[in-house]
Each structure stands twice: as structure tokens, then as C-alpha cells.
Design a binder for this molecule. Structure first.
Ligand code: HAM
Length: 422
């Protein structure tokens, strides 16, 4: 075979696809419980949307976007995240006019040209939610509670929620100055990447993956201790709301996030079952993004989470996934009359809501029963000229070997009876 899937992309095959359906179903049900409705946006957008929204200097925009020019010379980018697209759609369709708080969720593929490794892909999938239109820290807590509730409903044992406040355009400039002054003193010992960031994006140095950087910045000033009054109150209110919602959290002044749009609340959920790429989910408040994208001031908060990482943790924790069900009935054919009967019957059964399967390879009866077993059919039956003449057949429950006679002309009824038994 000449063609292979592209590095950093994956085929999701059965039975794994069943795990995805199951996960998506639980995610959708939790989103509905929290009153979020689904948004689907295009896979590609104008490049400038992400450059403006996420920030030119971020790793995502400067190194990781799949950007191309189409035939009319427009620069387009496969979406590396959803928040910018959701706000673009919110502004474009005036969603805020219909309600004060717009709550949207999504499940979608994202694209980032990162170095592939366990838990890090170039096409990956996120579920996420954005609550647009409200300033209150109670909404931040609601969004965070939604994220943690989803993990809880999967029975994930040990996710850690860490929260921080990254301040606002009023308090951040003075803090940045303070941080730079600190960093200048340890500049020579920092990794080249962090040295470059002192000027451009000093906050990111605080969540460097380099142990030596972390040692040198252990006593760096943290923004949570240098917030303006409003940001400080907002952060205190967030903690109070989380406590009321009974969501356990840790305050971690080093959470700064890799996207530039955050103001005030920033948070991450990690799992020790993930190895080096341990972030399950991340999010926060982004009160200035709508304006940055040309809209009117619109406060908002949200999160996104990797589905591959969720499934990695579930598999690590030996989660009891529901199995892919086999067909309810396998009709084995004893002869040409049986095959003609089966051709009609499988369709009739399917139309009446019973999943039915038969043989398409003219196999021996023994091989057909083996196939019924391999497919984990719940019931198998053998039909031939004799059964047709007698208008009777035997339904065999594959697991127990138990049998039951039924009239061929009411096969669906007989099957329903036997299938409905526990
Ligand atoms: P993010 O932290 O870039 O945030 O991504 C969120 C989650 O997506 C990560 O915690 C991780 O689980 C997953 N993820 C990210 N990159 C990869 C990758 N290369 N391979 C596999 N999984 C990955 C955002 O995207 C923001 N839009 C979150 C947000 C929503 N903030 C406010 N609203």
C-alpha cells in the first residue's frame, strides 16, 4: 500500500470508534444539562482571525498553523482552536441580541503542526464550551464546573483543577515590568527560548517545561499577587463560587496559558495518567477578544478539552466502555429458498427496528453459525425449504444456547419477545 495517513493524524477504527461515540454522547448530555447548545463552524477561516485572536507571538500562530493560500489568493488556516471562530460567528450572526448570555458548545477537529508524540497530534479533537455576554465570576465557576463535571461523570479518578488570575489590561502592564526586572537578574541562566520571551511574552516563562527555568523563577513575582482591585475581587468571587458549587481546586499562580486572549480567570485540568502532555483541558475568561475581532465589547469565558487525552486516561484507568453490540439476529441460510427468504426478511426486520444480518458468501451452515458467533449476534436462526414449508423456525440465543420456536410469518414478533428478555 502506497498511501499512509499523514504523520500526527490518526484513523479512528472500530471498535475504537465506539469509544468515541460513547464519549461524545456523555459530553453532549452534560452540555445539555448545563444548558449549552451546539455550534458547528467551518474547518477553515481567514488566517487573520486566528492571528488577531490568539496572538501573533504565540506558538500556535507563529509556528503551528496549517496555513495555505487558495486559488483566489486568500490566506486561509485550518482552525487550531475554536474560541476565535465561535466569537466570529457570535458577532457575525448577532447572537447576543437574542439573549444576555449565549452558551455554546462544540465537538470538532483542530489542527496544529506540533511535533507528534503520545497525546500530541496534528489533527486532534476538542470538546469545549463558551459562555458569552456575562462578566460575573459565577459564570467562570459555572464553566469550570461543567468541565470538571464531565470528567466526574466518566468516573475519572484524579483530575487536578488549578486556577489563576492573569489580570487585565489595567494591572498586567505594571506586573509585566516587575516580572521583567526579576527575569533580567536571572537572564543568563534561562533557556534560550525563555531568554527570547523576556521582551515579548515574559508570563509564558512561568510555565516553561525546562526544570532549570523553573528553579530560577521559583521566587518570581506572580500576577495573582499584583492584581488591580476589580481583578482581585473577581478572583475572590470565583473561588467562592467554586466552593459553593463544591468543585475542588488549587490556586496556582504559574498558570498563564499559551493563548494571548485571556483576562482574569485562567485554568487547567491535568491528569497524572497522561505523562508529559498532561493537560486534559484549559480555558479562561477573554473579555477583550470580541473587540480585538472588530465587535463591540463582549465579556466571555470558556474552555476546551482534548478528546484523545480523555480517552487515553479512560483506557489507562481501565474504564468499562460499553461494547459494540452485535446484530440482534443472524439468519443462516440452509439452501436457495432460505437465501431468498433471508434477503427479504433482513430488510423487513431492519425496517421494524431489529438489526439483522445474513450470509453473503454461500457458506456452509457450520461456517455461517461460526460467523454469527464471531459477530456476536444475540440470536441465530437457520432457514431453509423445510422451515418455510412448516412456517416455523427455531431461534437460538447464542450466549445461553436456549431455543424458542416461532412462526416464520411473525418472525419480528417472536424475536422481539426473546430479545426483550433480560
Ligand atoms: P488549549 O489549551 O490550546 O486551549 O487546548 C485545550 C486542550 O486541547 C488541551 O488541554 C489538550 O487537551 C488539547 N490539545 C491541544 N493541543 C493538542 C494536540 N496537539 N494534540 C492533542 N490534544 C491537544 C484552547 O484551545 C482554547 N481555545 C481553550 C479555550 C476555550 N479558552 C477559552 N475558551
Amino acid at each position: 500500500m502506497k498511501f499512509k495517513s499523514i504523520k500526527g493524524t490518526r484513523d479512528i477504527l472500530p471498535p475504537e470508534s465506539r469509544q468515541w461515540q460513547y464519549a461524545e454522547q456523555i459530553i453532549r448530555s452534560r452540555m445539555a444539562l448545563f444548558n449549552y447548545r451546539e455550534i458547528r463552524t467551518p474547518v477553515f477561516e481567514e488566517t487573520a482571525l486566528f492571528a488577531r485572536g490568539i496572538g501573533e507571538l504565540t506558538d500556535i500562530v507563529s509556528k503551528e498553523m496549517y496555513t495555505f493560500t487558495d486559488r483566489s489568493d486568500t490566506s486561509l488556516t485550518l482552525k487550531p482552536e475554536m474560541t476565535a471562530s465561535v466569537i466570529r460567528a457570535y458577532l457575525q450572526h448577532n447572537l447576543g441580541e437574542q439573549q444576555p448570555l449565549t452558551r455554546l458548545f462544540y465537538i470538532a477537529p483542530m489542527f496544529r503542526q506540533e511535533r507528534p508524540q503520545a497525546g500530541r497530534l496534528r489533527q486532534f479533537h476538542q470538546f469545549g464550551a463558551e459562555a458569552i455576554g456575562g462578566r460575573s465570576a459565577a459564570i467562570d465557576a459555572d464553566v469550570i464546573a461543567l468541565a470538571t463535571e464531565i470528567y466526574r461523570s466518566f468516573g475519572i479518578l484524579n483530575p487536578a483543577l488549578r486556577i489563576n488570575s492573569v489580570g487585565c489590561h489595567l494591572c498586567r502592564p505594571a506586573y509585566k515590568k516587575l516580572l521583567r526586572e526579576f527575569l533580567e537578574q536571572v537572564r543568563d541562566g534561562l533557556s534560550p527560548e525563555s531568554q527570547r520571551r523576556i521582551e515579548l511574552n515574559p508570563l509564558r516563562i512561568l510555565d516553561s517545561k525546562d526544570d532549570n527555568d523553573n528553579r530560577l523563577t521559583a521566587s518570581a513575582p506572580l500576577i495573582k499577587d499584583h492584581l488591580c482591585t476589580e481583578c482581585r475581587e473577581h478572583f475572590a468571587e470565583l473561588q467562592e463560587s467554586l466552593a459553593l458549587a463544591q468543585v475542588p481546586f488549587l490556586v496556582d499562580g504559574r498558570i498563564v496559558r499559551g493563548l494571548d486572549y485571556y483576562t482574569r480567570t485562567a485554568f487547567e485540568i491535568t491528569s497524572s495518567d497522561l505523562g508529559s502532555q498532561d493537560a486534559l483541558a484549559g480555558g479562561g475568561r477573554y473579555d477583550l477578544l470580541a473587540e480585538e475581532l472588530g465587535g463591540k465589547p463582549t465579556p466571555a469565558v470558556g474552555f476546551a478539552a482534548g478528546i484523545e487525552r480523555l480517552l487515553m486516561v479512560l483506557n489507562q484507568q481501565k474504564h468499562d466502555f460499553p461494547e459494540e453490540p452485535g446484530p440482534s439476529v443472524f439468519i443462516a441460510c440452509a439452501d436457495a429458498d432460505g437465501r431468498r427468504f433471508a434477503a427479504r426478511a433482513v430488510m423487513e426486520l431492519r425496517r421494524s427496528g431489529i438489526s439483522a444480518e445474513t450470509d453473503y458468501f454461500s457458506r456452509s451452515l457450520k461456517a455461517q453459525m461460526r460467523e454469527a458467533d464471531r459477530q456476536q449476534a444475540v440470536v441465530a436462526t437457520v432457514i431453509g425449504a423445510t422451515e418455510i414449508a412448516d412456517n416455523r423456525c427455531t431461534l437460538k440465543v447464542m450466549k445461553t444456547g436456549e431455543t424458542r420456536q416461532t412462526a416464520l410469518d411473525s418472525l419480528a414478533g417472536g424475536l422481539k419477545l426473546i430479545l426483550s428478555r433480560p
